[in-house]
Design a binder for this molecule. Structure first.
Ligand SMILES: Cc1ncc(COP(=O)(O)O)c(C=O)c1O
Length: 393
């Protein structure tokens, strides 16, 4: 694949178009003049099929209340079946305006104030907020870092659950930021412990479509033939897959009837909105016509990753880059060159990059930065050059 050509044809200037990533740098980082590699969205235009469907919808010109048509379910279910071996039915699905909102809703639906909720850090930082903002007790189980490759120590996980009388586990699968695509054995190990201790599993699978090479994403719902469906609340969306995050449209999937009833009652009590018509239009089109686009984008992500790894290995070999198994986010350890507590300043003030930094993901995460690889290769080249030059300076 000609990556330069792909970027020229598919990547666009976003600055000045009302973006969180490019236009909020002053508010978030206190400096508008940084190259942003933070927020997990892309500079790559969504598939043409999506843009055409949205244009058609816009040209119709009426944006009254919508409803979810059978054709949407057909496209959604076919994608989940073909790509992930999942069997879904309408009664298992609810719609939401984003996965983060559903994390908040699920924590509040299934636990009460003071209950303990466990997460495996370093992990996507809104997990912390969903627990703490609801007045629940945060329990963290730090993943083990084997020179950049992360695993979960099940004995430690079980001890935290038992000691803290944990009621819910928020799983990130694939795991942002450490890029793990959990194997079926690893997931079954976690879920056996959850089942034994009466812990519900809230499985955030928003990165489901980004697994590379031999790594195969296994939805929590199909682990051991669906053996853990009864303790699951599963969240997914097309927002990462097809770069649609601004359309705030996502899915909540629940198989256990009692759990669904509890969820419905909670949502009714807070008067949540119906599905967004633009989100429905875009995602149906993406599921039907976006597969080839996705393959190209994944190839570009791998290309950007390989470029970065090669450059660092040659010029700054003490940088440890976590192996890219899943997501489009790369987790980079700079502690070989400076104390961990200097890395955030180094990356922003010296390298002039806006990145999510380790301490956002874990209380002990100092020393790491996360690069978003789903961008024009020229941005990755600039970022890598700046890191190398400033380390060598
Ligand atoms: C693990 C995870 N969950 C949820 C989200 C955001 O979901 P949404 O935009 O649907 O709220 C992200 C975005 O990066 C993420 O990485």
């Amino acid at each position: 694949m000609d990556f330069e050509k792909f970027c020229q044809e598919n990547c666009v200037e976003r600055k000045g178009t009302g973006t969180l990533k490019w236009d909020s740098l002053q508010e978030i980082f206190g400096d508008a003049d940084l190259l942003p590699l933070w927020v997990a969205d892309m500079e790559i235009q969504s598939p043409k099929a999506v843009r055409d469907a949205l244009i058609k919808r816009v040209n119709h010109g009426v944006f009254g209340y919508g409803r979810v048509e059978d054709s949407y379910y057909d496209a959604f279910f076919a994608w989940q079946k073909e790509h992930h071996g999942m069997d879904l039915a309408k009664e298992n699905v609810r719609f939401a305006t984003g996965v983060v909102g559903s994390l908040y809703a699920a924590v509040r639906s299934y636990t009460k104030e003071g209950d303990s909720v466990i997460i495996c850090s370093p992990v996507y930082y809104p997990f912390y907020d969903a627990i703490l903002n609801a007045g629940r007790k945060l329990v963290t189980c730090e993943l083990d870092n084997h020179e950049g490759y992360y695993t979960l120590d099940l004995a430690k996980f079980e001890k935290e659950i038992a000691d803290n009388d944990v009621k819910m586990f928020i799983l990130c699968s694939p795991h942002n930021p450490v890029s793990r695509v959990w194997t079926e054995e690893e997931l079954a190990g976690m879920f056996d412990i959850c089942k034994k201790h009466g812990v519900l599993v809230l499985s955030d699978e928003i990165h489901q479509d980004f697994a590379y090479g031999d790594h195969k994403f296994i939805s929590s719902s199909i682990v051991k033939g669906g053996a853990y469906k009864d303790i699951l609340i599963l969240l997914n969306a097309g927002s990462k897959t097809f770069n649609l995050a601004g359309l705030i449209h996502s899915h909540v999937i629940i198989f256990n009837e009692d759990l669904m009833k509890t969820y419905d009652e909670y949502i009714k009590s807070i008067g949540c909105p119906e599905a967004n018509v633009m989100g429905l239009t875009a995602l149906e089109a993406a599921y039907r016509g976006g597969a080839e686009w996705l393959e190209n984008v994944k190839a570009l992500i791998c290309h950007n990753y390989e470029y970065m790894v090669k450059e660092f290995a040659e010029k700054c070999p003490k940088i440890v880059v976590t192996p890219l198994e899943g997501t489009y986010l790369s987790w980079i350890d700079l502690r070989g060159y400076m104390p961990g507590d200097q890395v955030a300043d180094f990356i922003q003030k010296k390298c002039r990059l806006a990145c999510d930094v380790g301490e956002w993901f874990s209380f002990t995460g100092h020393g790491f930065v996360r690069f978003n690889l789903a961008t024009d290769t020229k941005n990755i080249k600039t970022a890598v050059e700046r890191v190398i030059q400033n380390i060598q300076a």
